[in-house]
Design a protein around this ligand. Structure first.
Ligand code: SAH
Length: 215
């Protein structure tokens, strides 16, 4: 915990208490929220709100998910140390950094070059083993497949086939599916051709869009 800013430190402790009250029980998730400082993933104007449970604006109209959503997805993912985790939608890098702090080997894909260029150096400082890629998440990240876990942090129109293919048998994918709003789904791949699916409530994410873009 490097921060000299005791106000933010106090706010972070209260945020973690709030996560417990909202049903986050995985100590590995809660520990990661203690280790990572969310304000460092935001522009300094937003630091006073960094530990509120709200989604905040990033560059180019994207958002950093609210802490309780990051914690909820991380908990559903059932990560143990050393697992290979693929994230679609790097954005600010905060979710990737939480997974890193949970001990995962993280691979993350972003389709917008602006966010990719901004987040990559930040992650190399704060979560140095995370592998970043500028690309279209609908295609996954085949170079390092298969993955033990896949997490999608944008609203997917359907479950992308390539992501199921890049998951190990027995692996878990957590993905919000839907157009206007999304249902959080947890998929467990039970064989090369089958998966089980379970729903975990309604959420609103920015959309998962096809093709990488130069903005
Ligand atoms: N995990 C991020 C959330 C950012 S919002 C965080 O912790 O800040 C979702 C991100 O998904 C946006 O940055 C958006 O550009 C990205 N995205 C949308 N469609 C995508 C796609 N097909 N491939 C990769 N990233 C995508």
């Amino acid at each position: 915990m490097a921060t000299e800013n005791y106000l933010l430190l106090g706010q972070k402790k209260r945020m973690i208490e709030g996560l417990r009250e909202k049903g986050i029980t995985d100590e590995n998730v809660l520990g990661a929220f203690d280790k990572m400082e969310r304000h460092l993933f935001l522009e300094s104007l937003l630091w006073p709100r960094a530990y509120e449970d709200e989604a905040l604006k990033l560059a180019t109209d994207q958002t950093i998910s609210k802490p309780s959503t990051v914690a909820f997805q991380s908990q559903l993912l059932e990560v143990s140390k050393g697992m290979k985790v693929l994230e679609i939608g790097t954005g600010s890098g905060f979710q990737a950094a939480i997974l890193y702090a949970m001990g995962a080997r993280v691979f993350t894909v972003e389709r917008q070059i602006t966010l990719f260029n901004r987040t990559r150096p930040l992650l190399s400082k704060l979560a140095p083993t995370v592998v970043t890629r500028y690309g279209d998440g609908f295609k996954g990240f085949p170079q390092f497949a298969p993955y033990d876990r896949v997490i999608v942090t944008c609203g997917a129109p359907e479950i992308p086939q390539a992501l199921v293919e890049q998951l190990v048998v027995g692996g878990i994918m957590v993905i919000p599916v839907g157009e206007e709003s999304q249902v959080m789904k947890r998929i467990v791949k039970i064989s090369d051709s089958e998966y089980d699916e379970e729903d975990f409530g309604d959420f609103v994410f920015v959309p998962m869009l096809k093709e990488r873009v130069r903005r």
